[in-house]
Design a protein around this ligand. Structure first.
Ligand SMILES: Nc1ncnc2c1ncn2[C@@H]1O[C@H](COP(=O)(O)OP(=O)(O)OP(=O)(O)O)[C@@H](O)[C@H]1O
Length: 335
């Protein structure tokens, strides 16, 4: 009672909410930059049964953001070290470590044994796999992603809400953080928000981020939410397909070289007005948050090229533009 007293004091949580946490079974995919903070808060908050699946070993370059690990853990299995740390932090919970990768053979059985999944992996293959296995087993999942200074958060397959495929119908090839770098604290922010959504789902309190994508920009501290629709066809998955290639490209991305071949187009910088003023790379500025209100300023007779700093917000912008009929929209690919 004393350990959880600050939760018990919350009217919305109270004894029944805390008991729901204690009874909950949560699987975290990936004990990396997002998984570590998410796991720490789930354990501290008293989620009774936590599973950790990660096939990787701790690397020295992980220590910048993977806060469950120390230098003497380098070379050891992340799932096992994370389990040890969480039990040390909260001996009142149970933790299962799966020191291997989630794949098509184990995903459905493993996910079926949990109430909720948190996906903190770093690749599209696993994201689609988690999605499809959650659809098949009827489990909601909280999804986080980080790239340089930008993070994304959403909840999929929650009470028949939209799935990951409703937001991202096609696999992408955006580089992982091992190739481009990521701000340490951003993984903490998004990972902690993933745990927050998990606690809300389990305790059945608050508005869950279902059908909405939160895009966070650590440099400007702009946090924006975008709504997206459900496509009922995406609920009809009944078997896991073979692994999706993680290097197939987003069909609506365009490189700088390809852009140079175009005679006429409209360049739309979808960063915030502040960022645009600080670093004007040409084109017009329509921040992502206002894009759908300003579609009457956009042409239908020439390509619309969306651009941002890292190539993530521009992909989201194109996704939204295509939904409202701008099939000639492309995202400018970053190096
Ligand atoms: N299919 C999978 N099953 C389980 N864990 C996965 C799977 N795919 C990726 N992961 C794990 O997700 C975690 C993602 O962590 P993070 O994004 O911080 O990158 P990293 O792989 O640890 O480091 P870096 O990208 O710098 O090499 C990793 O620990 C990785 O092993």
């Amino acid at each position: 009672m004393k350990r959880y007293s600050r939760h018990l004091l919350l009217e919305e949580m109270g004894r029944s909410g805390q008991q729901k946490l204690q009874q909950a079974r949560v699987l975290v995919v990936g004990a990396g930059g997002l998984g570590c903070p998410a796991l720490q808060y789930l354990a501290a908050a008293g989620v009774g049964h936590i599973g950790i699946i990660d096939g990787d070993e701790v690397d020295e370059s992980n220590l910048q953001r993977q806060i469950l690990f120390s230098p003497h853990d380098v070379g050891k299995k992340k799932a096992e070290i994370a389990k040890r740390q969480l039990l040390h932090q909260n001996p009142l919970i149970t933790v299962a470590a799966y020191p291997f990768l989630l794949d098509e053979k184990n995903a459905t059985d493993l996910i079926a044994a949990y109430d909720l999944v948190l996906d903190g992996c770093d690749n599209f293959t696993t994201r689609y796999l988690v999605n499809d296995a959650c659809v098949i087993t009827g489990k909601p999942f909280v999804s986080g992603a980080v790239f340089k200074f930008e993070g994304q958060l959403s909840v999929f397959n929650y009470r028949n809400g939209p799935t990951y495929r409703c937001l991202y119908p096609e696999p992408g090839d955006i580089a992982t953080c091992s190739e481009v770098g990521v701000l340490a604290t951003l993984t903490g922010i998004i990972g902690t928000m993933m745990a927050t959504e998990a606690i809300k789902i389990i305790s059945e309190k608050g508005l869950v981020l279902s059908g909405k994508l939160l895009v966070a920009d650590a440099l400007s501290m702009n946090f924006n939410q975008f709504e997206f629709e459900s496509n009922p066809a995406n609920q009809k998955i009944s078997t896991l397909g073979p692994s999706l290639s993680s290097n197939c490209s987003i069909p609506f991305e365009i490189t700088k070289d390809q852009l140079n071949l175009l005679n006429d187009y409209l360049l739309v910088d979808v960063r915030s007005a502040e960022e645009f003023v600080l670093n004007n790379n040409g084109g017009i500025n329509i921040p992502l948050a206002t894009l759908l209100d300003k579609t009457d300023e956009l042409p239908h007779d020439k390509p619309i090229i969306c651009s941002c700093r890292s190539g993530i917000q521009s992909v989201v912008a194109v996704q939204f533009l295509k939904e409202v009929g701008f099939q000639n929209a492309f995202s400018l690919k970053k190096n």
